[in-house]
Design a binder for this molecule. Structure first.
Ligand code: SAM
Length: 259
């Protein structure tokens, strides 16, 4: 599908579209789509799960439930997670910096505690730094690392975000599709059962070929990023999502803590 069709078509098979930053800009401008579809998710993967996802994010980033912190969200999109974050930050006296395309950010409410930095991250890192105007307590980037992996250098992304962190600061790269985890799951009895219930068929789940990993994050990438975080003097952990979340069986969360 061409980028222009992403901006205008009423009928988009999101599972079949290879999204990138420009593609998201187009989706964001498509008046026929729900807020979930504008960030690339079929409605059923998000609509009923946003409260549970937000609760999980708050448990993984304890700064959010503190007061008077500086918070950054890289790739907030335009659905309900950033709206919940804007409200929580207002209640808790945090300053919040949102980093995404202008098309996404324009759809989110403006407020005195919110700054919007538009453009492709990390090319706009200096604008983020100046909006923060000091060290950052928590950085959230939920369901975004897979795009940064393809379009930016993920090691550079880790370098620059760790550099922004305050002492005791934390980062959550959440909802990362991990091709190795997906493979492990679909080779298991539980994965085969899941596939059969989901498709209504009696066959085995298709497994990616060994050459099919191009552009996909896998264990090797995540372990490499963890190693990089360690070399920058921070702790890093690969943590699971609650099993009630729709993609918990094939996604991981990467948590970074600065001592
Ligand atoms: C799948 S959506 C996730 C949105 C939101 N975090 C959520 O989970 O509801 C990915 C978002 O990342 C943004 N994005 C992708 N690459 C980006 C980049 N290099 N710089 C800034 N934003 C980016 C897209 O515009 C999109 O809003």
């Amino acid at each position: 599908m061409k980028n222009d069709e992403l901006a205008t078509s009423k009928d988009i098979n999101l599972a079949a579209v290879d999204l990138d930053y420009e593609g998201f800009r187009k989706l964001a401008s498509n008046p026929h789509l729900s807020v979930h579809e504008r960030i690339g998710f079929p409605v059923e993967y998000r609509e009923k799960f946003e409260e549970a996802i937000f609760k999980d994010i708050c448990e993984k980033l304890p700064s959010l439930t503190g007061t008077n912190k500086v918070i950054v969200d890289i790739g907030p999109g335009c659905a309900n997670l950033p709206r919940m974050l804007i409200e929580l930050c207002e209640r808790n006296g945090h300053r919040l910096i949102l980093v995404d395309s202008e098309e996404m950010l324009d759809q989110l409410p403006n407020a005195s505690h919110v700054s919007k930095v538009s453009g492709f991250f990390p090319n706009n890192i200096e604008a983020v730094r100046s909006a923060a105007n000091g060290p950052i307590d928590a950085i959230l980037s939920y369901s975004v690392l897979q795009y940064l992996f393809v379009e930016a250098n993920p090691f550079h992304v880790v370098d620059v975000v760790v550099d922004l962190l305050a002492e005791g600061g934390e980062i959550l790269f959440g909802d990362i599709p991990n091709a190795s985890k997906r493979r492990r799951f679909f080779l298991s009895e539980a994965g085969i059962r899941f596939h059969r219930e989901f498709t209504g068929r009696d066959d085995l789940p298709p497994l990616p070929s060994t050459s099919g990993g191009q552009g996909l994050i896998d264990d090797a990438v995540l372990l490499g990023l963890i190693s990089r975080v360690h070399s920058l003097g921070c702790d890093a952990y690969l943590v699971p999502q609650p099993s009630s979340l729709p993609m918990a069986n094939r996604r991981d969360d990467l948590l970074v803590r600065k001592p």
